[in-house]
Design a protein around this ligand. Structure first.
Ligand SMILES: [Zn+2]
Length: 423
């Protein structure tokens, strides 16, 4: 342990609580992207007051960006006395909608029994606050440090990150030489290091039919029955095959240590949205959205081929079977090397604070690391932060104050290893 650092963090205890509460009080719900600008401005002011240079950067023209809902990000930088590496802490400021079931006001930031409650407390305003306190304490204790520390508060992570990290990455904010190491304080539990995530392929499959009167279906061709054949083939062949693909990636929870595919939606027939009236016809179209999560051991071309080969076979087996398939999104799986500098630095911090080895995990779903790797071409990146992953997006979400203090210590020690060379 570094007594000076831990004392500098301990004396900021109340400040950490207030900072987290104030962040929770901005209802940065996404969608639509509420209160982004005031939250980013608040962060800019706070970071300026401790010596950071700040920029507010709007993701102009990105999905959802309007004058009513500007995609406002903040990037702050503190340059050390001499040249060196740059460590960047990136947190998203957006939160998901509250949903039902809360017993406290989700935007009050109430403190009870050592926990701060609110939407975003855990995912991830608590992590953002902890990283700011870690950086401020480090700067106070080691004012002559070489290199630079950056902190960003970015938008839209919950909806893909296009107006946030993806936009900033396209402007060079997440590339060398500007940045060397990135820590994303997502709530992965204070003694775990998240190295990356599984891959994603979203696609829409449409089967075609021919419209006809519902009393004489033999005169038409039912697109929904064709889709039924697709679903049958998925059940009989694809799902068992996916279940057999097990990964060496340490994905948590364990159920996600294999290939998975969700059917996100299915829509067939004429719409009955207009009124309470049912649709009267043989359907000429049926659309299905799939969410396929794949492993480092799999190739995306093969992932697609598995689905397409089933569709192609059905074309031979079923008269008049026609389909279209459209890619919606694809993300490659990611796993940062265990001996990468940011991993070993944070691991040292965890050993020092908790007296045990960190657990290395992989997220079942993606987060903003994907843009840092794909657009910024920066691979020394992990997610590490306080908060219990299972509480994210739930009612009565909270973050433990002691957990934030401990993980701020880990982050400050990580900074020390990365910028000064050792603990
Ligand atoms: Zn998050």
């Amino acid at each position: 342990m570094d007594d000076k650092l831990s004392r500098a963090i301990a004396k900021r205890h109340d400040d950490l609580v207030t900072l987290t509460q104030e962040l929770i009080r901005f209802p940065t719900i996404n969608p639509p992207g509420e209160a982004y600008a005031p939250c980013a401005e608040y962060l800019a002011k706070r970071l300026q007051s401790v010596g950071f240079e700040t920029q507010l950067i709007r993701g102009e023209g990105t999905p959802g960006d309007t004058d009513r809902y500007p995609r406002t990000n903040v990037v702050a930088r503190f340059d050390g006395r001499t040249h060196g590496k740059t460590v960047h802490f990136n947190s998203h400021i957006d939160v998901v909608d509250t949903g039902d079931g809360w017993t406290v006001d989700p935007f009050e930031g109430i403190v009870r029994d050592g926990k701060i409650y609110g939407r975003g407390a855990c995912d991830m305003k608590g992590g953002l606050a902890a990283s700011m306190i870690a950086a401020e304490a480090f700067i106070e204790v080691y004012p002559d440090f070489p290199g630079a520390i950056e902190i960003s508060g970015t938008v839209d992570e919950e909806s893909g990150g296009f107006g946030g990290v993806a936009y900033l990455a396209s402007k060079g904010f997440f590339s060398k030489p500007r940045v060397d190491h990135v820590i994303i304080p997502e709530p992965l539990n204070k003694d775990r290091i998240c190295l990356g995530h599984r891959g994603v392929w979203w696609a829409e499959i449409e089967t075609k039919g021919e419209i006809a009167h519902g009393s004489m279906p033999f005169l038409g061709d039912c697109a929904i029955r064709h889709m039924g054949a697709v679903l049958d083939a998925f059940e009989e062949e694809l799902y068992p095959a996916l279940d057999r693909k097990v990964t060496s990636m340490p994905v948590v929870p364990e159920g996600a240590r294999r290939s998975t595919m969700n059917i996100n939606s299915i829509h067939g027939g004429q719409t009955d949205d207009y009124s309470e009236l049912p649709s009267p016809n043989v359907s000429d179209s049926c659309r299905l959205t799939i969410d396929r999560r794949f492993l480092l051991e799999e190739d995306i071309a093969e992932v697609k081929r598995e689905v397409i080969s089933i569709l192609d076979r059905l074309r031979w087996e079923r008269p008049k079977f026609h389909y279209n398939i459209r890619d919606i999104m694809e993300v490659q799986p990611l796993m940062t090397e265990r001996h990468a500098p940011v991993v070993t630095a944070v691991a040292e911090g965890i050993r020092s604070v908790f007296g045990k080895e960190p657990e290395y995990v992989i997220s079942p779903g993606t987060y903003d690391q994907k843009h840092i790797a794909r657009i910024g071409l920066l691979h020394d990146c992990i997610a590490y932060g306080p908060g219990i992953l299972d509480l994210a997006h739930r009612p009565d979400e909270y973050v433990g104050i002691e957990d934030m203090i401990e993980s701020a210590n880990v982050m400050a020690l990580g900074l020390k290893v990365l910028l000064l060379g050792s603990i």
